[in-house]
Structure formats: structure tokens, C-alpha cells
Design a protein. Structure first.
Length: 309
């Protein structure tokens, strides 16, 4: 392992360890300024994991929660500065970095390099989470490319990699939802906030069964609610400021948009596919029915119900 020193915009240097065999390495820029490192994907991954931590979550390694939060704030400040230096030097932005990381993770996964795939996916998760918090604008093409990379990694992922792939996809769905804007709705909107601002108890819509699509809700919106998708079909619906849950049951989504929503999706293959749907701009259709339902007609055979009922 070699060490490099990031200086420049930071009030104090950030010491990083870089992997000598990463493509491109770390070097001074062509203008001869010392201490500024031209970013490579491998170096940025090192920055992310060195500053924000390399595990699933930051470890509470301090005596008290206040001390932990104070140190975390300092680490985030250093990370923001380091990332600005790195991305500025390659004339890109954080979304470009995320895409480069996912492209490289896809290559590592296809080569069977589980350790590096895991490392790069963890970095992508942390960077995407920052984008969610900042509500950074992004194009539909960015999400489409990221979805494609994750779908390919997911298909060949080992059991230890699939939860991490799922986590990145969940962050991307949150990211897309955080920057979506409400679209025109032709029907009624169910708002779970009462006149005094109290959240209504329960969920607006409940299925008759979760192993089949027993009700279809269409042409409206759900706002400020806790809504489970299982057992229901949703057509031409908009979810706004809603906690959206999905446990892997039967579901239909057709022209459904999520605006500023949070996803609580159980780790399953249909859950991954649903998160991919939520991330994409195209809202044609996502349908899932458990195996025992495969021989049945598509959900259009059920009686349609308006969102006002």
C-alpha cells in the first residue's frame, strides 16, 4: 500500500491509502501543481471508504453519541472538500463518479472479483445517499445507465453481494423520488394528514389478499401516508411524501410516479425489480404475481376501483 496526500482546498491534509494496482494510479496534474491528485475511479472509492467508513454503517466507536456525531460532521466536511478536488480535476460531478464506480463494479463482478465488487458498491451506496440528501438534479439517462449496471451485477451476484446490490438500488429509488416533481392527476388525492396535521391511522388502501392482485386503484394520488403495495394494482397514480412498503407480494404498477417518497422494501427478487421500476423514467408497467398465480389472467380481469373509494 502507498500513501498520498490531498492538499489544496482543505485546511488540513487528508491522508489516504491507495491501491497501487488500480488502473490509472494517482499522479500530479499536468500543470505541475504538487499535492493535487488527478482522480481515478479507484482513488475516489478509496476516498469514500476512508472518510465515510467501509462497512454497511458507520461504527459507533466513540464513548458518547455527541462525540460520534461531532466527528462524523468533521469527516463529512473533509469528504466534501476531497470530493470537490477529485471531481473538479476530472471535469465531472458526483453522478459521473457514481456511474464510473458502477461500471467498474460491473467489470469486477463479471470477473468474479467479489471483494472489489463489494468495495465499489459500498462506495456507490454512500455517494448516492449524499445525492439524495442534496437533491442533486440528474437526467433520466443517469438512472437508466445505473439501473442497467445494477441489473447485470444482480443477475450474476453471489449471495454475499446481492444485499449490497439491493441497497444501492434502494438508494437510487430514493434519489429518483427525491428529485421527481408532482405531475397532473386526473382523480382524487387521498391525504393522510388531518386538519390538525395528524397522520391518519392505518393505510388508505388494503388488499383482500396479498398473493394476488385483488384490488386496483387508479387515476389519483396518495399523499403523506404509509402505504403497502402488496396485493394491489396501481394505475395512473402518484405517491407524494409517502412511506412506500413492499414485502414481495403480488403487485401491479402502471404509470406510477413516486415523489419525495421513502421505500421500505423487503430483500427479495421482486423487491429489487420494483425498486428498478421506481428508479426509471419509463412508467409503462411492472407486474409480479407469485408462482401459483402465473396461470391466471393479467390483473385487468379484476373490477377497477376508483381511488375515491
Amino acid at each position: 500500500m502507498s500513501t498520498e496526500l490531498l492538499e489544496g482546498e482543505m485546511s488540513s491534509p487528508l491522508l489516504l491509502e491507495t491501491e497501487p494496482d488500480m488502473a490509472g494510479g494517482a499522479k500530479a496534474d499536468d500543470k505541475g501543481r504538487t499535492g493535487i491528485i488527478i482522480a481515478t475511479t479507484g482513488l475516489i472509492v478509496t476516498v469514500v471508504l476512508a472518510v465515510l467508513g467501509g462497512g454497511w454503517a458507520l461504527h459507533h466507536e466513540f464513548a458518547g453519541i455527541n462525540a460520534h456525531l461531532e466527528r462524523l460532521d468533521r469527516r463529512l466536511d473533509k469528504f466534501d472538500t476531497a470530493l470537490r478536488i477529485l471531481t473538479k480535476s476530472q471535469s465531472g460531478d458526483t453522478k459521473d463518479v457514481i456511474q464510473d464506480i458502477l461500471d467498474q463494479a460491473k467489470q469486477f463482478a463479471s470477473n468474479g472479483d467479489v471483494k472489489r465488487t463489494q468495495k465499489y458498491l459500498l462506495a456507490a451506496t454512500k455517494l448516492t445517499n449524499l445525492q439524495v440528501k442534496q437533491r442533486t438534479p440528474a437526467t433520466p439517462q443517469f438512472f437508466q445507465n445505473a439501473n442497467g449496471d445494477l441489473a447485470q451485477i444482480h443477475r450474476s451476484a453471489t449471495p454475499e453481494l446481492k444485499p449490497i446490490v439491493f441497497d444501492v438500488q434502494s438508494q437510487l429509488a430514493d434519489y429518483r423520488s427525491s428529485i421527481n416533481v408532482p405531475v397532473g392527476m386526473s382523480g382524487a388525492t387521498i391525504d393522510c394528514l388531518g386538519s390538525r396535521g395528524a397522520v391518519a391511522i392505518g393505510v388508505p388502501f388494503s388488499p383482500y389478499h396479498t398473493n394476488e392482485i385483488s384490488r386496483i386503484i387508479q387515476n389519483g394520488g396518495v399523499r403523506n401516508c404509509n402505504q403497502t403495495l402488496d396485493g394491489l394494482g396501481w394505475i395512473n397514480e402518484v405517491f407524494i411524501n409517502t412511506n412506500v412498503s413492499y414485502d414481495g407480494g403480488a403487485v401491479l404498477l402502471q404509470n406510477v410516479t413516486f415523489v419525495n417518497c421513502k421505500f421500505q422494501v423487503t430483500f427479495t427478487d421482486p423487491g429489487f425489480r420494483l425498486l428498478q421500476y421506481a428508479t426509471l423514467d419509463s412508467k409503462e408497467e411492472f407486474v409480479y404475481k407469485p408462482e401459483e398465480q402465473v396461470g391466471l389472467l393479467l390483473p385487468y380481469a379484476y373490477t377497477l376501483e376508483s381511488a375515491t373509494h
